[in-house]
Design a protein around this ligand. Sequence first.
Ligand code: PAF
Length: 278
Amino acid sequence: MEVISGIGELKALRSCWMRPIGLVPTMGYLHDGHVALVRRAREESKTVVVTIFVNPTQFGPSEDFGCYPRAFERDVSILQAEAVDVVFAPSSAVMYPEGFSTWVEVEGITSRFEGAIRPGHFRGVATVCSKLFNIVDPERAYFGQKDAQQVAVIRKMVQDLNMNLDIEAVPTVREADGLAMSSRNAYLNGPERAAAAVLFRALSAVQEMYRAGCRDMTKMSNCMRRIVGEEKLVELDYAAIVDPASFEVVNSLEHPALAIVAARVGSTRLIDNMPLHV
Ligand code: PAF
């Protein structure tokens, strides 16, 4: 496995890599959710490239960029054990050299939910992903379904800008009590960690209602709010039923939809979602 930090170095080696190339962009501090992305990429690609870069431009000024968990050596050994071919781990100065002034802005979908609560977040994500796609030039890139709005934003960008790759969403990997795996779970203390599983319980309840034939979206959203509201340590940001591509709130459940939820558990912000379809 090669560990590369320079863009020129990576591009020079790229011509020798066997195609298809599968790219797994990450911010490191890897967990089993990342491993699932890597395994899927390994199955479908001749060359697997994993990027580790805590992207400063997707964090707001009062967010956790400074204390975002990092464990580079541990990440590298996890990736080595998964037979990854290349780790690309650039510095901020490499990705955003002085004078950097070009941004990718996906309109519409980014004004809703995560985009509304975290202004500028998706601009940073779209910009860094465009750069990584240009640098690595993969046939496919793999993202976790947990960040469903991120997946939708990146798919829209790829479609609108005619980028030459497919975006693959890999199902969320969960802890035994249903909590979606996330690097940010590391921030939770004992009671918060126990309380955090309420997001999964709320989503599961709505999925159960849907399976039982309920199509009343107000009832379903209220059910999520009520269940999350029962956990004193958890403060709900939103609970809604949306179109998985546009993230607009849906008025009918004739088409596949997504139940989404976001909440603060102590000072940690968690998001999760669950598909609603037959
Ligand atoms: O999901 C993440 O870890 C990040 O948003 C990504 C896609 C690696 C871009 O920095």
